[in-house]
Unconditional design. Structure first.
Lengths: 127, 497
């Protein structure tokens, strides 16, 4: 949104600058990926205990989410085109109410399916 | 089953009310212009009234003919529409709330509008406008599992009641003179033309010097007083006869003089209870209490899930009210309050300081710039005023803003009983939010770079349709809350939503 505001302002100045700014804006994710991706990768993590699922993420702003296993309503496995090419999958955990609560990306498909089955089983069955 | 036949009339009234502003403006302009055609204003007026009435009659006939509902042992089925036919099915065990509302027209005709809401996401409610009174109450009792006679019988003693005097008094604590003036201006607006406006402007600016100051003061005082009376009446119109009764599945809240609302809140699905206190309410030791049950957030919170438990409660009544939604927790929980450590206030100051510094720098630059610009002579006084006062005014605002930040941090408290997490915020205006910890869905901890330097974090306890967010807590405290909340969840045998 700040990028859009910049673009709109600059349309009055001439046709060249918006292009430059658009380039800069679109290069930002790339630059971010190059500088942050390894640290982001290292900080992603999940832990499944007998009582809860814990996920962890973030480089500057770190966050951890704790979900009691009885609260889990349903579990999705999502695969984008790049995931499919690399044989990866993303596990999404939903609780009651609106919105997904936890994302675990970049798992191998087999590992994702195994995690999904463990999450979907009631804790008593899992033990 | 069909809607009540008289709902044809409510349909017309509803449609006419939606068109009311439009019709009034058309009628007034027709009267002022004297009619465009040779046949005069009268002819046009007749058409202006007949066309909307015929159209809305046709609309409500179609609605009446195409709407059906049926309650089976397991489902509520609702069919509507002629071109776009729609069937809506709500499983009966998913019925979240049943609202009964009566507008003045409904009451005169003995009708009730029934809304059935489910807990699912999206627009899934069934709106029956309108049924006969007995049918509506019978339907409500069937769906909410009330036993006994199918005709609604009011249980004798209400669990909670607010007297008319207190409703009026509490409403008058907020002076709505501005609203009154805006309404009057809106009503007068269609009658204004250039001539009237010119006269008004003359009266206000050129002849104002001949009117003594006393008259102006008296006029202002009169408007202010009228604002109070208006606020009291508005409060009475909205909240008169406020009472809460116990109901097999929860509580039944009913209030209102204009639109009489009856709402059943299922206690087991309450997501959040909020007690709030504005400045005036705090001065007179009154509280507003609201509760929200699970459901989808909508722009119209009053309609979906969010409901008053009291528009003006005294301190002694708080335990009774909170007990209605979270049985057995006492007045806003019990036990000692936990405060934030001093470094939380320091961190918050550190966060807002750069913002105020930037604002001050911008204002200073603006003042310097204003000094260099040559300006039309008429605005010279304004320019001088800006140069003299802008910086001190903004600096005072900054100082007050910083003070408010500290005040908020010092006054923030929370406590966790075995059932609820209570969070108190606000230095001057207060708010207590309670969420059921035993129905926790997830717990989230976040920590930004600044917080990491201070050893603090933000924690959020999420239930199905609400969240209690505690900012700038010590990490150990967040961990303690998480542990106790998951304990509370495990200890609850029902483990509900």
């Amino acid at each position: 949104v700040p990028g859009t505001a910049l673009l709109l302002n600059d349309f009055q100045l001439g046709p060249v600058r918006p292009v430059g700014i658009a380039l800069a804006v679109s290069l930002y994710p790339l630059a971010r990926a190059v500088f942050f991706v390894d640290r982001q990768y290292k900080n992603w993590g999940y832990l499944l205990t007998e009582r809860e699922l814990v996920t962890r993420r973030g480089v500057w702003w770190k966050s951890a989410t704790f979900i009691p296993r009885e609260s889990i309503q349903h579990v999705d496995i999502n695969q984008g085109p790049i995931d499919r090419w690399q044989g990866l999958a993303q596990v999404v955990v939903h609780t009651a109410g609106t919105g997904a609560v936890a994302f675990i990306p970049g798992l191998g498909l087999a590992e994702a399916q195994e995690l999904r089955d463990r999450l979907a089983a009631t804790p008593a069955e899992a033990e | 089953m069909r809607l009540h036949p008289l709902s044809l009339l409510t349909g017309i009234v509803l449609a006419l009310r939606q068109l009311a502003t439009f019709i009034v403006i058309l009628v007034v302009t027709t009267l002022i212009r004297g009619g465009a055609s040779d046949r005069g204003a009268g002819f046009e007026l007749v058409w202006l009234l007949i066309v909307p009435i015929v159209l809305s009659l046709a609309g409500s006939l179609i609605r009446y003919a195409s709407t059906r509902y049926e309650v089976t042992p397991t489902e509520v089925v609702f069919d509507t529409g002629v071109v776009w036919k729609q069937r809506r099915v709500i499983p009966r065990d998913r019925v979240q709330e049943v609202h009964l509302t009566q507008s003045l027209v409904h009451r005169l005709l003995g009708l009730v509008r029934v809304k059935i809401e489910s807990a699912a996401a999206g627009n899934t409610e069934i709106d029956l406008d309108a049924l006969g009174e007995e049918e509506a109450h019978a339907l409500r009792n069937t769906l909410t599992g009330a036993h006994g006679p199918s005709v609604y019988v009011r249980p004798t003693p209400p669990a909670y009641e607010v007297g008319t005097g207190r409703i009026v008094f509490a409403s008058m604590l907020e002076n709505r003179a501005i609203l009154l003036l805006a309404g009057l201006a809106g009503a007068v607006y269609p009658f204004l033309d250039e001539r009237n406006v010119g006269q008004l402007l003359k009266l206000a600016f050129h002849e104002s010097k001949s009117v003594p100051v006393g008259t102006w003061l008296a006029l202002a005082a009169g408007i202010y007083l009228a604002g109070w009376v208006f606020s009291g009446l508005l409060g009475l119109w909205t909240f008169a006869g406020f009472r809460i009764e116990r109901h097999p599945k929860g509580i039944l809240v009913s209030y209102g003089l204009g639109v009489r609302t009856q709402r059943v809140l299922r206690t087991a699905r309450i997501q959040e209870a909020t007690v709030s206190q504005g400045v005036m309410f705090r001065l007179f030791r009154l509280f507003q209490v609201q509760a929200r049950s699970a459901g989808v957030q909508s722009e119209d919170q009053e309609q979906k899930g969010f409901g008053f438990l009291s528009p003006a409660a005294t301190e002694d009544e708080l335990p009774v009210l909170v007990d209605l939604v979270f049985p057995g927790i006492g007045p806003l929980g019990s036990g000692p309050w936990n405060r934030l450590p001093g470094r939380s206030a320091a961190l918050r100051l550190l966060r807002v300081l750069p913002v105020w510094a930037a604002i001050l720098a911008a204002v200073r630059a603006g003042v310097l710039l204003a000094g260099t610009v040559s300006i039309v002579p008429e605005l010279k006084a304004l320019q001088q005023a800006v140069q003299a006062y802008a910086l001190p005014v903004v600096a005072t605002a900054a100082a007050l803003g910083l003070l408010a930040t500290v005040l908020r941090a010092v006054n923030e408290r929370h406590r966790l009983t075995d059932r609820v997490l209570v969070h108190r915020v606000g230095g001057i205006q207060r708010r207590w939010q309670s969420v059921p910890a035993n129905r926790m869905q997830a717990f989230r901890v976040t920590q930004g770079p600044l917080q990491r330097a201070f050893g603090l974090c933000s924690a959020s306890l999420q239930v199905a349709d609400a969240a209690c967010s505690l900012e700038d807590l010590p990490i150990a405290e967040a961990a303690r809350i998480r542990d106790r909340a998951s304990e509370a969840r495990r200890a609850d045998p029902r483990r509900g939503v």
